[in-house]
Design a protein around this ligand. Sequence first.
Ligand code: DCP
Ligand code: MG
Length: 365
Amino acid sequence: DQYLEPSTVETVSQYACQRRTTMENHNQIFTDAFAILAENAEFNESEGPCLAFMRAASLLKSLPHAISSSKDLEGLPCLGDQTKAVIEDILEYGQCSKVQDVLCDDRYQTIKLFTSVFGVGLKTAEKWYRKGFHSLEEVQADNAIHFTKMQKAGFLYYDDISAAVCKAEAQAIGQIVEETVRLIAPDAIVTLTGGFRRGKECGHDVDFLITTPEMGKEVWLLNRLINRLQNQGILLYYDIVESTFDKTRLPCRKFEAMDHFQKCFAIIKLKKELAAGRVQKDWKAIRVDFVAPPVDNFAFALLGWTGSRQFERDLRRFARHERKMLLDNHALYDKTKKYLKKKTTNNYLALNDVCSDLSEWHYKG
Ligand code: DCP
Ligand code: MG
């Protein structure tokens, strides 16, 4: 009698970083609905509801079974009255009227279209919408609008960029980047990150972290890489954002705050096989992000750029509330000790320290 029966109902954590989540989503019908509602809330700048829908979607993605009745929701965290109502609608009618309303909403459709252009954020999309525009053609035909260099590239390569990047394309880009970086610094570290590192089959871009084992040498990498890609004739667009890295600054509490590493947003021309006899261009424009952290921040940069966004958000929330620590893309800070995870010469060691401390963390697919 001294042995208790193991509980058959496992409690599900409210933190995405403590839930094992595979690529297999048994609740896509619900998570698709939440993604639309979250996006609409984002377009309306309703931060609270946006976060609530994203949290609910993240939670449902981690469940090993499909929700088939509202009884299945009992005891689950991250679900409020609003999100439960959506699930119940879908269970009963196969769809949710709120989601259908959003999909038919003129503002939602138009803002979604405009923000799908590389370089167009919410503010710009709203400005164009207020001008009464509903199509990209109308926007482009307006002589009064001054487009940024990024937006010009966004329109120019719109069809390619708005199509998903598949794993094979990401790997092909990876090979080009790897080979080119080797020519600049043979010992450089090139790591595919973002969604493809999590095992996703497709994504909207390809993300890379690049650094050198020797501190400080990384500052030359991106410019040289860009030069070489340009000489190969495959660089369609680039924008280098210089590092604003300040070691004395404290981490930001807000996840959305960008990190301070040097980075480059690029569009690369990837050769593709043509179907026999078809006349079409033999390349595809692919969005690529490069980030070049100094090697002693590499582990945290990698953790931060692997995503998903919800996983990262919850990692930070977990660190703050459960460990009284602050985590960002640069380091893990112990609020009680004032510093900062100790700097080590081997950055992988630094990350291992963190992971052994919080051994329950799992990457979220
Ligand atoms: N990231 C971050 N800070 C930012 C932007 C992104 O920490 N300001 C992180 C979280 C993301 C990851 O980097 O998951 C990569 O960003 P992407 O926008 O490329 O997202 P994904 O690669 O996850 O998705 P996609 O498949 O759409 O590219
Ligand atoms: Mg990505």
